[in-house]
Design a protein. Structure first.
Length: 195
């Protein structure tokens, strides 16, 4: 952001992952359209282009903070939710279910922090809420709820018991995505008691 009066630069708007990490998922964001119309006067969608709203960006106050984000290793300088903050806020406001995941390499375990939102799903012709659905997915991969909380003004959230089998971890991610639950990477290791 440029101050037109003083020409000072900052704050910076960040949408990305830490060093060695990928961008947050954007598949759910609106597809952009071409600025010029075709011969029929239609402005067609631009495949692989998404509209990323400014509110999904994290504000970084100064160049030092930007350097830390650009050159940190695997998010070691970041608070776990800092990169996902804008996206987290947007999904929470919409009541859309999502999980934040991490793999703790030294301890060899997968962790998931789950926010089921307020939406419900139809599975095999029956309505179910995402709390039950995420709990069922955890059970399918041999895990269960570790801790559930819902402080005043904060949506219900819970974490699952860490998963040590990488195949089961991938199965958890796959089942979430199949059922419309957005999967966000946590950009730093979280404190977990791995078995």
């Amino acid at each position: 952001v440029l101050d037109p009066q003083t020409l000072d630069i900052g704050p910076f708007l960040w949408f990305g992952g830490a060093g060695g990490c990928s961008l947050p998922p954007i598949n759910h964001l609106p597809i952009t359209k071409h600025s010029k119309a075709n011969a029929a006067g239609e402005k067609l969608e631009r495949e692989r282009h998404r509209k990323v709203d400014r509110k999904l960006f994290t504000e970084v106050p100064d160049i030092e903070g930007l350097v830390d984000l650009l050159f940190s290793e695997n998010g070691d300088l970041l608070h776990p939710a800092s990169i996902n903050h804008g996206l987290w806020r947007e999904l929470t406001q919409r009541g859309h279910p999502f999980v934040e995941i991490s793999w703790n390499s030294p301890k060899g375990c997968f962790s998931a922090f789950c926010t089921p939102g307020v939406m419900s799903a139809e599975i095999n012709g029956q309505r179910t809420n995402y709390i039950d659905l995420i709990i069922d997915i955890a059970h399918q991969v041999g895990s269960k709820i570790n801790h559930m909380s819902a402080p005043v003004g904060v949506p219900l959230a819970f974490d699952i018991m860490p998963i040590t089998d990488p195949v089961k971890a991938l199965e958890f991610i796959s089942l979430c995505q199949i059922n419309g639950i957005i999967v966000l990477p946590i950009t730093t290791q979280v404190a977990t008691d791995c078995p």
